[in-house]
Design a protein around this ligand. Structure first.
Ligand code: HEC
Ligand code: HEC
Ligand code: HEC
Ligand code: HEC
Length: 295
């Protein structure tokens, strides 16, 4: 969420420094259908996930109705409290309209300002990557930010969710799984790794890659839980965040490269840690903790 605020700010400065006084171009969602034509394989993978199937089902869930009542809402698809995590909301005729469940842009960033930049082959790759990131794109090689997005939803940390609502949700059966862990949750149904040269194969991660992702995921969990914990003093919520914090600290304490990050956990520190371990094999340190089955 922080990064989105930063993107909004930079869009604002860009426009104002050009002397334009028209609408500020804050990034917005375009919806997964816009990605489909060029990214068939990831799209098909996504269609097999709960992120996709949830859209048609979750509002009918008994628990959903109970939770909605507790936060003073009637319809889940219309409830601003639920939208940031459960729906991809695009603007249609000036009105917000949910068009899908959690989708491409939930993880890769709202695309209105980067969709036509990120694939523009007339611009050299480095420039294009830089521009798309500045416009709010979360790229696959930036696993820390991707993990951080997962955590903001799965750790009930999203800054748009108030402490009062989080507490009411938990009291009425909303899940908060403190054991959400990147490797277990990203290498099953969610995995799409159709990288060149063979773009028809959804590649599995090697053990060193899994080990790095495990560590990066714990770093993102620690920053997320630290940020979430002051949202409310609700005991269920605080207990779950403490479990996340303790687990992450235990794992990271065994990683020499994580010492600096642990002394002051932050997004920048998490990025630096990801960078420091980029080519390292940490499987002798965390290999025995890797999950053996995936969601
Ligand atoms: C008109 C075709 C087109 C559309 C539409 C499109 N993309 Fe892309 N996308 C590409 C191409 C081509 C690349 C590879 C660009 C390159 O070589 O750097 C790419 C790259 C990417 C990457 C980075 C892949 C990597 O390995 O670094 C991601 C993530 C991505 N697109 C997501 C999306 C999402 C999400 C959407 C919808 C919001 C979308 N794209 C819409 C053509 C498209
Ligand atoms: C901060 C993100 C976030 C917000 C806001 C949020 N949810 Fe969820 N919700 C999740 C996540 C993540 C899961 C899946 C958790 C899991 O399976 O561990 C989930 C799961 C659920 C489930 C499934 C429960 C089950 O037993 O399978 C229901 C029902 C639900 N949410 C209802 C709601 C309603 C209604 C709202 C709005 C009042 C809402 N949620 C707001 C993140 C959120
Ligand atoms: C739950 C989060 C999530 C969702 C939803 C998601 N992605 Fe991704 N995406 C990722 C992650 C994580 C990676 C990095 C995979 C890796 O390198 O291990 C990735 C990688 C990619 C890549 C590069 C690898 C490849 O398979 O080509 C593209 C392109 C991409 N995503 C496009 C999309 C599109 C299009 C959608 C929607 C149809 C989508 N993603 C939905 C998380 C997500
Ligand atoms: C915008 C919010 C959001 C983001 C970001 C997000 N998720 Fe989810 N995820 C959800 C919700 C909501 C559900 C539950 C849907 C339901 O129960 O119907 C869910 C469910 C899942 C499930 C199914 C779990 C089960 O028990 O069946 C997996 C796996 C998962 N997410 C992995 C990930 C991973 C990995 C990432 C990041 C790469 C991620 N999610 C990012 C909101 C999100």
């Amino acid at each position: 969420m922080l990064r989105i605020a930063a993107v909004m700010l930079s869009a604002f400065f860009f426009l104002s420094s050009n002397g334009l006084s028209s609408a500020i171009a804050a990034p917005s969602y375009v919806g997964p259908e816009k990605c489909q034509n060029c990214h068939k394989a990831p799209y098909e993978v996504w269609k097999g996930t709960k992120h996709f199937s949830s859209y048609k089902k979750i509002h009918k869930h008994k628990t959903a109705k109970k939770i909605l009542k507790a936060v003073g809402e009637k319809r889940m698809k219309k409830a601003a409290v639920c939208a940031p995590c459960h729906y991809t909301v695009v603007e249609k005729k000036g009105k917000p309209k949910p068009v899908a469940g959690t989708s491409c842009e939930s993880c890769h960033g709202p695309a209105s300002e980067w969709i036509s930049i990120h694939n523009n082959k007339k611009v050299d790759k480095a420039t294009r990557v830089k521009q798309s990131v500045e416009a709010g794109m979360v790229r696959p090689d930036n696993l820390y930010d991707i993990a951080s997005n997962c955590m903001s939803c799965h750790g009930l940390e999203n800054s748009k969710l108030s402490g009062k609502h989080a507490s009411a949700m938990l009291a009425n059966g909303h899940p908060l799984n403190p054991n959400f862990e990147m490797v277990e949750y990203s290498q099953g149904s969610v995995r799409h790794r159709f990288y060149p040269p063979d773009v028809t194969t959804n590649k599995k991660m090697t053990k060193p890659e899994l080990s790095r992702l495990y560590v990066i995921g714990q770093a993102a969990a620690l920053v997320s839980a630290n940020r979430a914990i002051s949202k409310t003093d609700d005991s269920k919520f605080v207990t779950a965040q403490k479990v996340r914090i303790d687990k992450a600290k235990t794992v990271l304490a065994k990683i020499p490269d994580a010492a600096k990050f642990l002394s002051n956990p932050s997004r920048e520190g998490g990025q630096a840690l990801a960078d420091a371990i980029k080519t390292k094999d940490l499987s002798s340190l965390v290999g025995d903790q890797l999950p053996t089955s995936y969601k």
